[in-house]
Design a protein around this ligand. Structure first.
Ligand SMILES: [Zn+2]
Length: 378
């Protein structure tokens, strides 16, 4: 999965050093001077702005209660605006102000809007762009409803069903890989003793095409990795930015987020990486890079590397890989019952306390345990 959360944390730390204060309230919408060049009707503009301001005011409370989102649309996707929730915020304060850049009328009478969230540091006046988001607006009886731009951008894309997988893709499809993805989905359902979920699978050439098609002309982290993807586990949708029909890592998340809701994030990512690799590489292909990082940085605490999600290594975070070798060791020695325990810690147990109960390895001995696993042949 993409490193969005980790990068937001880094950005927050960086910005804290450069700004002295922010606001608690949602900042007012700024209208770019050429925003309405293609949409000159001032009455229609007023109607649109009323709805857009209403939408922005309540968007951070989640889409389900937002009356500016079509309820019929929410039946398909309960959270279509995940990536712009709390997007104004930095360190608990509102910092990134929304600007309406343009309104483009489309053939079907809907509107394509481009919305930027930008901030300027108080101390050194450094400008920060957090996102340029594309939204679709459609007229209703009272004003406008807002939609994620994904359906608009993929309206003429190809579609193909391979068993339980519904592919949506811009160019060509590798049927062998599509069949392999379907086979994996069935086999993994059997392993976890659950029904086989139907999966919507968007295939993109790279992360840039992925984010643009999802409605983000720019978003933090868009260029942080050359491979990777995202998953919306609430509607079994894969966004594969790796130009591949086969993406076991993200599919594993659909199961584990549902079956193991109490699981810690490093265990979710570790298990998905153990089963499906990450960034287009299998766990065994990832190991040498991570081992050499640890060898070259003896000053770094391995217990922190296994839990901090910091991008120490390019493309695939070290935390994924360290957690993955632990998952492999536990599944090999204790089978699925060990994995279930790993995903279900007792209320007060952190990752290491839970691990000790399963493997007997104490937190103090964890670095040695990891070094052994990194050199072990599966
Ligand atoms: Zn993941």
């Amino acid at each position: 999965m993409f490193k969005i959360r980790a990068s937001f944390i880094i950005a927050t730390i960086m910005l804290k050093a450069t700004i002295s204060f922010g606001q608690d309230t949602i900042p007012p919408l700024v209208i770019d001077q050429s925003a309405f060049t293609l949409f000159p009707d001032t009455l229609a503009q007023k109607r649109l702005l009323n709805s857009l301001n209403g939408f922005l005011e309540v968007k951070n409370n989640g889409s389900a209660s937002n009356k500016y989102i079509d309820p019929a649309y929410l039946k398909k996707n309960i959270e279509p605006f995940q990536h712009i929730q709390d997007i104004e915020m930095n360190g608990g304060k509102s910092f990134f102000n929304p600007t309406l850049l343009c309104v483009i009328p489309l053939e079907d009478k809907s509107l394509l809007l481009k919305l930027a969230f930008m901030g300027v540091g108080e101390v050194d006046k450094t400008p920060f762009l957090r996102v340029i988001a594309s939204l679709i607006a459609k007229k209703n009886d009272d004003g406008y409803y807002f939609y994620n731009a994904l359906d608009h951008y993929t309206r003429s894309w190809n579609r193909l069903t391979s068993g339980s997988i519904n592919y949506i893709y811009p160019n060509r499809i590798d049927l062998n890989k599509a069949r392999a993805m379907n086979k994996f989905n069935s086999a993994f359902a059997k392993k976890l003793n659950t029904p086989v979920p139907k999966i919507t699978y968007y295939k993109f050439e790279d992360p840039e095409q992925m984010f643009k098609t999802m409605g983000y002309d720019f978003i933090e982290n868009m260029y942080a990795s050359r491979v990777g993807g995202l998953a919306q586990y609430w509607n079994n949708t894969v966004f594969a930015g790796n130009d591949s029909e086969l993406y076991e890592h993200e599919v594993v998340h659909f199961y584990t987020y549902i079956v193991f809701p109490k699981g810690k994030k490093n265990v979710h990512e570790g298990y998905a990486t153990y089963i499906g690799g990450s960034g287009g590489k299998s766990l065994d292909q990832l190991l040498p890079l991570d081992k050499s990082y640890i060898d070259q940085h003896p000053e770094q605490e391995i217990t922190e590397l296994a839990t901090d999600f910091y991008p120490h290594t390019p493309d695939v975070q070290l935390t994924y890989v360290l957690s993955a070798v632990v998952c492999r060791d536990i599944e090999t020695r204790y089978g699925m019952s060990g994995i279930k325990k790993l995903f279900n810690p007792a209320e007060d147990d952190d990752y290491f306390a839970n691990l000790k109960k399963i493997t007997g390895v104490d937190k103090n001995d964890f670095p040695q345990y990891i070094r052994k696993l990194l050199t072990q042949k599966p």
